[in-house]
Design a protein around this ligand. Sequence first.
Ligand code: HEC
Length: 172
Amino acid sequence: MSWISSLPLYRGKQVLLGGAALGVLCVVLSAGCSEVEHRHGEQRSNPYLTSDTRYPIPLSSPAGKEHRAVMLQHLETIQVIVNALVEEDYELAKGLTESHLGFFMHRQAMAHQQPENFPPAYHDLAMAHHAAAEELARIIPTKDLKQILPQFNNVLKACVACHLEFKVKSGS
Ligand code: HEC
């Protein structure tokens, strides 16, 4: 550097400028962070609570209970399938997926419920869910988690897709 920077006054200015730049950087960074937090907050807001746009399916009380029982069974089935995968019992995992989540289950559920109360879109989502389960059952014998997990994810996506669209409005 030239002789100017060796002057004490000039060096002082440099420090001052450096400090100001650092200050500006801090403000920008913290603004960025709070924005990220804000967006996080938005993501965390629960669509089921804030803007419930789900279509209510009118079911009689017994049909509503039946529907709930099937759903609780679905969740249990998912857990037992994951358990079977953990224990590397691929045959059991495949069998459960087929019989509890596949098209067979769909026919069972239809027989017990009032299909006329379910709109076509619900039916489509149910079929997509069963199709995803059939595909998972087909892939489980590969015993390759890199193939199994994405398909498992597709099954869960199908659960979530329907939950975002519909709710049950069961009468007394
Ligand atoms: C085609 C539509 C559809 C699919 C597919 C679906 N569900 Fe549901 N599920 C519903 C509806 C509708 C409700 C009732 C939600 C409400 O009224 O708030 C429900 C409720 C539930 C509940 C809550 C039960 C209770 O006690 O209230 C669970 C747990 C559940 N589902 C699990 C699953 C799982 C796991 C899957 C996938 C393997 C799945 N569901 C797939 C439509 C679906």
